[in-house]
Ligand binder design. Structure first.
Ligand code: ATP
Ligand code: ATP
Ligand code: MG
Ligand code: MG
Ligand code: MG
Ligand code: MG
Length: 265
Protein backbone atom coordinates (compact mmCIF):
# COMPACT_ATOMS: atom_id res chain seq x y z
CA UNK A 1 0.00 0.00 0.00
CA UNK A 2 2.92 2.34 0.75
CA UNK A 3 4.08 4.67 -2.02
CA UNK A 4 1.19 4.11 -4.37
CA UNK A 5 0.45 6.87 -6.83
CA UNK A 6 -2.50 7.85 -4.67
CA UNK A 7 -0.37 8.50 -1.63
CA UNK A 8 -0.25 12.25 -2.31
CA UNK A 9 -3.84 12.71 -1.14
CA UNK A 10 -2.57 12.30 2.41
CA UNK A 11 -0.74 15.62 2.10
CA UNK A 12 -4.07 17.42 2.00
CA UNK A 13 -4.71 16.54 5.61
CA UNK A 14 -4.32 19.54 7.90
CA UNK A 15 -1.88 19.39 10.78
CA UNK A 16 -4.23 20.02 13.66
CA UNK A 17 -1.92 19.25 16.56
CA UNK A 18 -2.77 21.49 19.48
CA UNK A 19 -0.03 23.70 20.97
CA UNK A 20 2.15 22.10 23.67
CA UNK A 21 1.79 22.89 27.37
CA UNK A 22 -1.84 23.87 27.18
CA UNK A 23 -4.75 22.41 29.04
CA UNK A 24 -7.15 21.01 26.47
CA UNK A 25 -10.86 21.36 27.06
CA UNK A 26 -13.28 19.32 25.01
CA UNK A 27 -16.85 20.42 25.61
CA UNK A 28 -19.65 18.33 24.24
CA UNK A 29 -23.28 19.40 24.13
CA UNK A 30 -26.43 17.50 23.26
CA UNK A 31 -27.91 18.44 19.89
CA UNK A 32 -31.50 19.66 20.08
CA UNK A 33 -31.91 18.40 23.63
CA UNK A 34 -34.72 20.85 24.17
CA UNK A 35 -36.66 18.63 21.78
CA UNK A 36 -35.01 15.38 22.89
CA UNK A 37 -35.91 16.08 26.52
CA UNK A 38 -39.51 16.81 25.56
CA UNK A 39 -39.80 13.66 23.43
CA UNK A 40 -38.55 11.57 26.33
CA UNK A 41 -40.64 13.43 28.90
CA UNK A 42 -37.72 14.59 31.05
CA UNK A 43 -38.88 16.05 34.33
CA UNK A 44 -38.64 19.84 34.31
CA UNK A 45 -36.62 21.77 35.11
CA UNK A 46 -34.23 18.97 36.13
CA UNK A 47 -34.59 15.32 35.35
CA UNK A 48 -32.34 13.65 37.87
CA UNK A 49 -32.06 10.41 35.89
CA UNK A 50 -31.00 12.29 32.78
CA UNK A 51 -28.32 14.14 34.75
CA UNK A 52 -27.07 10.93 36.33
CA UNK A 53 -26.94 9.27 32.93
CA UNK A 54 -24.69 12.11 31.76
CA UNK A 55 -22.59 11.66 34.91
CA UNK A 56 -22.15 7.94 34.43
CA UNK A 57 -21.06 8.52 30.84
CA UNK A 58 -18.52 11.06 32.07
CA UNK A 59 -17.14 8.57 34.60
CA UNK A 60 -16.73 6.06 31.76
CA UNK A 61 -14.81 8.71 29.86
CA UNK A 62 -12.28 9.10 32.67
CA UNK A 63 -11.98 5.33 32.88
CA UNK A 64 -11.44 5.02 29.15
CA UNK A 65 -9.09 7.98 28.71
CA UNK A 66 -6.55 8.20 31.56
CA UNK A 67 -5.29 11.55 30.31
CA UNK A 68 -8.56 13.29 31.13
CA UNK A 69 -7.97 14.79 34.56
CA UNK A 70 -11.28 16.46 35.31
CA UNK A 71 -14.78 16.80 33.95
CA UNK A 72 -17.61 19.19 34.66
CA UNK A 73 -21.18 18.71 33.54
CA UNK A 74 -24.49 20.51 33.57
CA UNK A 75 -27.70 19.98 31.61
CA UNK A 76 -26.81 18.34 28.27
CA UNK A 77 -23.16 19.39 28.30
CA UNK A 78 -19.90 18.05 29.67
CA UNK A 79 -16.41 19.55 29.63
CA UNK A 80 -13.43 17.19 29.64
CA UNK A 81 -10.08 18.59 30.64
CA UNK A 82 -7.02 16.82 29.29
CA UNK A 83 -3.66 16.88 31.03
CA UNK A 84 -1.71 19.91 29.86
CA UNK A 85 1.13 17.86 28.41
CA UNK A 86 -0.81 14.90 27.13
CA UNK A 87 0.67 13.32 24.01
CA UNK A 88 -2.46 11.29 23.30
CA UNK A 89 -2.90 11.03 19.52
CA UNK A 90 -0.12 13.62 19.26
CA UNK A 91 -2.62 16.15 20.60
CA UNK A 92 -4.48 16.14 17.29
CA UNK A 93 -7.65 18.18 17.79
CA UNK A 94 -9.80 16.16 15.41
CA UNK A 95 -8.82 12.88 17.10
CA UNK A 96 -9.42 14.08 20.67
CA UNK A 97 -12.70 15.73 19.75
CA UNK A 98 -14.10 12.86 17.75
CA UNK A 99 -13.04 10.30 20.38
CA UNK A 100 -14.81 12.27 23.10
CA UNK A 101 -17.99 12.81 21.15
CA UNK A 102 -18.30 9.27 19.86
CA UNK A 103 -17.34 7.50 23.07
CA UNK A 104 -19.69 9.65 25.13
CA UNK A 105 -22.55 9.18 22.69
CA UNK A 106 -22.10 5.41 22.60
CA UNK A 107 -22.04 5.30 26.38
CA UNK A 108 -25.20 7.42 26.53
CA UNK A 109 -27.05 4.91 24.36
CA UNK A 110 -25.60 1.86 26.09
CA UNK A 111 -26.50 3.13 29.57
CA UNK A 112 -29.88 4.61 28.69
CA UNK A 113 -31.82 1.58 29.95
CA UNK A 114 -30.10 1.70 33.34
CA UNK A 115 -31.69 5.08 33.97
CA UNK A 116 -34.86 4.89 31.89
CA UNK A 117 -35.82 1.23 32.06
CA UNK A 118 -39.42 2.15 31.28
CA UNK A 119 -38.67 4.47 28.33
CA UNK A 120 -37.65 3.47 24.83
CA UNK A 121 -35.19 5.69 23.01
CA UNK A 122 -37.31 7.34 20.34
CA UNK A 123 -34.46 8.70 18.31
CA UNK A 124 -30.67 8.77 18.35
CA UNK A 125 -29.20 11.17 20.91
CA UNK A 126 -26.19 12.93 19.42
CA UNK A 127 -23.71 15.51 20.55
CA UNK A 128 -21.57 18.22 19.07
CA UNK A 129 -18.22 19.20 20.47
CA UNK A 130 -15.47 21.78 20.43
CA UNK A 131 -11.87 21.99 21.56
CA UNK A 132 -10.31 24.96 23.32
CA UNK A 133 -6.75 25.30 24.66
CA UNK A 134 -5.87 27.25 27.78
CA UNK A 135 -2.24 27.98 28.62
CA UNK A 136 -2.70 28.70 32.34
CA UNK A 137 -4.27 26.78 35.21
CA UNK A 138 -5.99 30.00 36.27
CA UNK A 139 -7.79 30.10 32.94
CA UNK A 140 -9.02 26.57 33.48
CA UNK A 141 -10.43 27.61 36.84
CA UNK A 142 -12.05 30.62 35.17
CA UNK A 143 -13.40 28.41 32.41
CA UNK A 144 -15.01 26.11 34.97
CA UNK A 145 -16.34 29.07 36.94
CA UNK A 146 -17.85 30.40 33.71
CA UNK A 147 -19.67 27.15 33.03
CA UNK A 148 -20.82 26.99 36.65
CA UNK A 149 -22.16 30.55 36.61
CA UNK A 150 -24.04 29.58 33.47
CA UNK A 151 -25.45 26.56 35.30
CA UNK A 152 -26.59 28.74 38.18
CA UNK A 153 -28.22 31.41 36.03
CA UNK A 154 -30.01 28.89 33.81
CA UNK A 155 -31.15 26.78 36.71
CA UNK A 156 -32.52 29.71 38.63
CA UNK A 157 -34.41 30.89 35.58
CA UNK A 158 -35.66 27.40 34.68
CA UNK A 159 -36.79 26.69 38.23
CA UNK A 160 -38.94 29.85 38.22
CA UNK A 161 -40.14 29.24 34.70
CA UNK A 162 -41.33 25.69 35.32
CA UNK A 163 -42.89 26.52 38.68
CA UNK A 164 -44.93 29.23 36.96
CA UNK A 165 -45.92 26.84 34.17
CA UNK A 166 -46.82 24.07 36.62
CA UNK A 167 -48.96 26.57 38.54
CA UNK A 168 -51.06 27.30 35.47
CA UNK A 169 -49.30 29.94 33.36
CA UNK A 170 -48.63 29.27 29.70
CA UNK A 171 -44.97 29.10 28.68
CA UNK A 172 -45.33 32.47 27.00
CA UNK A 173 -46.86 34.04 30.10
CA UNK A 174 -44.12 32.62 32.29
CA UNK A 175 -41.49 34.00 29.95
CA UNK A 176 -43.12 37.45 30.03
CA UNK A 177 -43.41 37.31 33.79
CA UNK A 178 -39.69 36.69 34.21
CA UNK A 179 -38.51 39.29 31.71
CA UNK A 180 -36.10 41.73 33.32
CA UNK A 181 -36.08 40.07 36.74
CA UNK A 182 -32.85 39.98 38.73
CA UNK A 183 -31.47 37.04 40.70
CA UNK A 184 -32.90 38.28 43.97
CA UNK A 185 -36.35 38.81 42.39
CA UNK A 186 -36.30 35.20 41.28
CA UNK A 187 -35.31 33.93 44.72
CA UNK A 188 -38.07 36.08 46.20
CA UNK A 189 -40.61 34.74 43.70
CA UNK A 190 -39.73 31.14 44.49
CA UNK A 191 -39.97 31.77 48.20
CA UNK A 192 -43.11 33.92 48.26
CA UNK A 193 -45.18 32.07 45.68
CA UNK A 194 -43.92 28.53 45.95
CA UNK A 195 -42.32 28.33 49.36
CA UNK A 196 -39.05 27.18 47.78
CA UNK A 197 -35.73 28.17 49.31
CA UNK A 198 -33.51 28.15 46.22
CA UNK A 199 -30.37 27.44 48.26
CA UNK A 200 -31.94 24.25 49.56
CA UNK A 201 -32.47 22.72 46.11
CA UNK A 202 -30.14 19.79 45.30
CA UNK A 203 -26.55 20.83 44.70
CA UNK A 204 -26.41 18.86 41.45
CA UNK A 205 -29.13 21.12 40.01
CA UNK A 206 -27.64 24.38 41.27
CA UNK A 207 -23.95 23.71 40.77
CA UNK A 208 -23.51 20.93 38.23
CA UNK A 209 -21.37 17.79 38.60
CA UNK A 210 -17.62 17.20 38.79
CA UNK A 211 -15.74 14.02 38.00
CA UNK A 212 -12.18 13.68 39.21
CA UNK A 213 -9.71 11.06 40.26
CA UNK A 214 -9.02 10.35 43.87
CA UNK A 215 -5.34 10.18 44.71
CA UNK A 216 -4.48 6.62 45.57
CA UNK A 217 -1.50 5.24 47.40
CA UNK A 218 -0.39 1.66 47.03
CA UNK A 219 -1.04 1.05 50.69
CA UNK A 220 -4.71 1.97 50.69
CA UNK A 221 -7.07 0.11 52.89
CA UNK A 222 -9.99 -1.59 51.40
CA UNK A 223 -12.27 -4.48 51.96
CA UNK A 224 -12.59 -7.33 49.58
CA UNK A 225 -15.75 -9.34 49.52
CA UNK A 226 -14.04 -12.69 49.44
CA UNK A 227 -10.82 -12.29 51.32
CA UNK A 228 -11.42 -9.25 53.48
CA UNK A 229 -10.70 -8.84 57.12
CA UNK A 230 -9.11 -6.67 59.74
CA UNK A 231 -5.44 -6.90 60.60
CA UNK A 232 -4.09 -7.28 64.12
CA UNK A 233 -4.55 -3.56 64.77
CA UNK A 234 -8.18 -3.85 63.86
CA UNK A 235 -7.78 -1.82 60.65
CA UNK A 236 -9.17 -2.87 57.33
CA UNK A 237 -6.42 -4.16 55.15
CA UNK A 238 -6.04 -4.29 51.44
CA UNK A 239 -6.51 -7.78 50.16
CA UNK A 240 -5.11 -8.83 46.85
CA UNK A 241 -5.18 -11.64 44.41
CA UNK A 242 -2.50 -12.35 41.87
CA UNK A 243 -4.06 -12.22 38.44
CA UNK A 244 -2.24 -15.22 36.99
CA UNK A 245 -1.35 -17.56 39.80
CA UNK A 246 -4.58 -16.99 41.71
CA UNK A 247 -2.47 -16.57 44.84
CA UNK A 248 -3.92 -14.34 47.42
CA UNK A 249 -2.61 -12.46 50.41
CA UNK A 250 -2.69 -9.08 51.98
CA UNK A 251 -0.67 -5.88 52.12
CA UNK A 252 0.78 -3.58 49.52
CA UNK A 253 2.14 -5.71 46.71
CA UNK A 254 2.87 -5.05 43.10
CA UNK A 255 0.13 -6.95 41.37
CA UNK A 256 -3.21 -6.97 42.94
CA UNK A 257 -6.71 -6.29 41.94
CA UNK A 258 -8.17 -3.94 44.51
CA UNK A 259 -11.82 -3.96 45.34
CA UNK A 260 -13.21 -0.69 46.55
CA UNK A 261 -16.04 -1.54 48.82
CA UNK A 262 -17.19 0.48 51.76
CA UNK A 263 -14.76 -0.35 54.55
CA UNK A 264 -17.23 0.49 57.31
CA UNK A 265 -18.74 -2.74 58.61
P1 ATP B 1 -28.42 22.84 20.72
O1 ATP B 1 -28.52 21.75 19.72
O2 ATP B 1 -28.12 24.16 20.11
O3 ATP B 1 -27.45 22.54 21.85
P2 ATP B 1 -30.46 22.36 22.68
O4 ATP B 1 -31.94 22.21 22.48
O5 ATP B 1 -29.70 21.14 23.07
O6 ATP B 1 -29.89 22.99 21.35
P3 ATP B 1 -29.25 23.69 24.95
O7 ATP B 1 -28.97 25.14 25.12
O8 ATP B 1 -28.06 22.80 24.84
O9 ATP B 1 -30.24 23.52 23.73
O10 ATP B 1 -30.12 23.27 26.19
C1 ATP B 1 -30.37 21.96 26.51
C2 ATP B 1 -31.84 21.76 26.80
O11 ATP B 1 -32.07 20.38 27.09
C3 ATP B 1 -32.30 22.51 28.04
O12 ATP B 1 -32.89 23.72 27.68
C4 ATP B 1 -33.34 21.61 28.63
O13 ATP B 1 -34.59 21.93 28.08
C5 ATP B 1 -32.99 20.23 28.13
N1 ATP B 1 -32.38 19.35 29.15
C6 ATP B 1 -31.12 18.87 29.15
N2 ATP B 1 -30.88 18.11 30.21
C7 ATP B 1 -32.02 18.11 30.94
C8 ATP B 1 -32.40 17.52 32.17
N3 ATP B 1 -31.55 16.78 32.89
N4 ATP B 1 -33.65 17.74 32.64
C9 ATP B 1 -34.53 18.48 31.94
N5 ATP B 1 -34.22 19.08 30.76
C10 ATP B 1 -32.99 18.91 30.27
P1 ATP C 1 -7.05 2.28 15.34
O1 ATP C 1 -7.68 2.53 16.65
O2 ATP C 1 -5.67 2.80 15.23
O3 ATP C 1 -7.91 2.68 14.16
P2 ATP C 1 -7.81 -0.40 14.60
O4 ATP C 1 -7.63 -1.67 15.32
O5 ATP C 1 -9.20 0.13 14.48
O6 ATP C 1 -6.87 0.68 15.28
P3 ATP C 1 -7.60 -0.10 11.74
O7 ATP C 1 -6.38 0.17 10.93
O8 ATP C 1 -8.62 0.98 11.76
O9 ATP C 1 -7.13 -0.55 13.17
O10 ATP C 1 -8.21 -1.42 11.20
C1 ATP C 1 -9.48 -1.88 11.53
C2 ATP C 1 -9.43 -3.35 11.90
O11 ATP C 1 -10.73 -3.75 12.30
C3 ATP C 1 -9.02 -4.25 10.78
O12 ATP C 1 -7.67 -4.54 10.84
C4 ATP C 1 -9.84 -5.50 11.01
O13 ATP C 1 -9.12 -6.35 11.85
C5 ATP C 1 -11.02 -5.02 11.82
N1 ATP C 1 -12.25 -4.94 11.02
C6 ATP C 1 -12.93 -3.82 10.74
N2 ATP C 1 -14.00 -4.06 10.02
C7 ATP C 1 -14.03 -5.38 9.84
C8 ATP C 1 -14.92 -6.27 9.15
N3 ATP C 1 -16.00 -5.81 8.54
N4 ATP C 1 -14.64 -7.55 9.18
C9 ATP C 1 -13.56 -8.02 9.81
N5 ATP C 1 -12.68 -7.25 10.46
C10 ATP C 1 -12.91 -5.95 10.47
MG1 MG D 1 -25.05 23.12 21.19
MG1 MG E 1 -27.69 21.21 23.57
MG1 MG F 1 -26.56 22.70 26.42
MG1 MG G 1 -9.67 1.85 13.38
Amino acid sequence: MANSKYEYVKKFEADDRLPPSNWIVVRIDGCHFHRFSAEHAFEKPNDENALNLMNVCAVSMLEQFPEIVFAYGVSDEYSFIWRENTQFYQRRASKLLSLCVSYFTSMYVMKWKEFFSYKELKGPPYFDGRVVCYPRAKMIRDYLAWRQVDCHINNQYNTCFWMLVKSGKTQKEAQEYLKGTQAKDKNELLFQQFNINYDKLPQMFRKGSCIYREKQTKTFQCYNDHFGGRNSEGRWQCQWRHENSKQSGSGAHGHYRPQFLDPTP
